[in-house]
Design a protein around this ligand. Structure first.
Ligand code: ADP
Length: 270
């Protein structure tokens, strides 16, 4: 690190000795900055929906005699409220993930089950978006981890793949074992991501196109949640993409030995 921050403390021990303590607080300082940035981000992100709810409440008051308008404003208001609920839930989830270095109680998980659950949760969205969602079976692959968290991570990748595609597109989900790792891939034929944005998409609240993200119900936190979940599992997430052609996001996790002697977690299936 180019700029290390060292905190030095000294204490006199009797008349002959001075105790000097030098402590590297670079990491502590960095974390503090991260935390401060996060809070600034959050206030910014919450301002818009909160402002909208306020304006809609005012509009509702003045539209009291017109049932159609009342209905319209009320519908918009509950959409903004739902958005607020989603953002706050994801912020809480992300801070929890960021605070933890590792998983509390990893269990043995069948990868096929993660994919099946994440795909199931995405079917309705795929259908209403005119996207063909294709999942391949991933038999005999296992990882150690937190199953609900991993399902959320894969689900986030699938909903993005759908959100950033056009009707008629295809989204593929699959997994394979490579060199002691499990690679889960979600592929789309959507709008793609420019080279200069590929790293940034994993930052919280970063969106290439804020309006598009907002339209599809995005919060800008989905990929940050994926990244931290995967890191807490000792893995990594990567993106391959070409503008206008599509993207593939891969989650790479350490592979667990198959057929363990200890019986696995809730998810173990025959
Ligand atoms: P959002 O809620 O905005 O989708 P994410 O953190 O999930 O937030 O993604 C961040 C940004 O990365 C998105 O706003 C979008 O610009 C870009 N992105 C994510 N997934 C894809 C994808 N499959 N294809 C194209 N762009 C994507």
């Amino acid at each position: 690190e180019a700029n290390a921050t060292i905190r030095v403390r000294a204490a006199r021990l009797g008349t002959r000795f001075i105790l000097v303590l030098a402590e590297d607080i670079t990491e502590a300082k960095r974390l503090d900055e991260v935390r401060r940035d996060f809070i600034a981000n959050i206030s910014h992100e919450l301002k818009t929906p909160i402002g909208a709810v306020g304006l809609l409440a005012e509009a509702l008051q003045s539209a009291a005699d017109d049932p159609d308008q009342v209905r319209r404003f009320a519908t918009k208001m509950s959409a903004e409220a739902a958005r607020l609920a989603k953002i706050t839930a994801e912020i809480i989830e992300l801070s929890r993930l960021q605070a933890a270095d590792a998983l509390a109680r990893p269990e043995l998980i069948d990868v096929d089950h993660i994919l099946a659950a994440a795909i199931d949760q995405s079917r309705v969205l795929a259908e209403s978006s005119g996207i063909e969602l294709v999942g391949a079976r991933a038999k005999g692959l296992a990882v150690y981890g937190d199953e609900p968290l991993l399902i959320v991570a894969v689900h986030n990748l699938i909903t993005n793949a759908i959100a950033y595609s056009s009707p008629g597109g295809r989204v593929g989900v699959g997994a394979r074992g490579v060199d002691g790792a499990v690679e889960i891939a979600v592929t789309d034929q959507g709008i793609g991501i420019a080279d200069e944005d590929k790293e940034r998409v994993f930052e919280r609240f970063f969106r290439v196109d804020e309006a598009r993200s907002r339209r599809t119900g995005g919060t800008g936190l989905g990929l940050a949640i994926v990244k931290h979940t995967v890191q807490n599992h000792g893995g990594e997430v990567k993106v391959w993409s070409q503008l206008g052609r599509g993207s593939t996001f891969t989650i790479r996790l350490p592979q667990a030995p198959q057929e363990p002697t200890v019986s696995g977690g809730r998810s173990k299936r025959k």
